[in-house]
Ligand binder design. Structure first.
Ligand SMILES: [Zn+2]
Length: 194
């Protein structure tokens, strides 16, 4: 049987230069794109790797499991899911809706799916209600680590460069907010989720 991903990769090959690089795309012209088009060099695309390397970590090496054990990072504990925050952030606030056990989104049942929907909605509203927040973006990357994490990122009001899907890229380049400010917002979010 034809492998659809192999067909996809074959088609893309015609779009790449001799070094395997695609041209810079239209996103580079977006008002919110963090880099100037001039001088941007896309990475070369390698061969497909199938089966993919196992990126999963055991619970003992999992950052989310470690965060769940820290009271200062846990914002809410539900039935099967919880809401935590990372130790620091450069944006206004970040909250992650995570499984309480070391499991993936793929592992949830219908009851847990419903809890996930409720918790994402409640966390979204809690972050949206923080003073100085212009918008809250919701994403799930997880990327094979093995622990469900839906990330909610709060953007500072009026900082238009940070709008949209490039927010994590901007956030990576900016300094962390003071810890006491972050902790105070965590208390507000914890209270809203109680
Ligand atoms: Zn884990």
């Amino acid at each position: 049987m034809t492998d659809p991903a192999d067909v996809w990769r074959g088609r893309v090959q015609d779009h790449l230069d001799a070094a395997g690089r695609p041209p810079v795309g239209g996103m580079a012209d977006w008002e919110v794109f963090p880099f100037e088009r001039e001088g941007l060099t896309p990475k070369a695309m390698g061969e497909r790797v199938v089966p993919e390397p196992d990126r999963s970590r055991g619970a003992d090496a999992c950052g989310t499991c470690k965060a769940l054990a820290r009271d200062d990072l846990v914002l809410h504990t539900g039935d099967r899911l919880a809401v935590i925050r990372p130790g620091g952030t450069s944006t206004m606030f970040v909250a992650n809706v995570v499984a309480r056990a070391h499991e993936r989104l793929d592992d949830l049942d219908e009851t847990a799916d419903e809890e996930l929907g409720r918790l994402v909605r409640r966390t979204y509203r809690a972050l949206r209600a923080l003073p100085g927040v212009g918008n809250v973006h919701v994403c799930k990357w997880e990327n094979g680590g093995g622990h469900l994490s839906v990330n909610l990122l709060a953007r500072p009001l009026g900082v238009l460069e940070l709008r949209g899907s490039n927010l994590p890229v901007w956030a990576d380049m900016l300094p962390d907010i003071p810890q006491d400010e972050y902790d105070a917002r965590a208390e507000a979010v914890r209270a809203a989720l109680a």
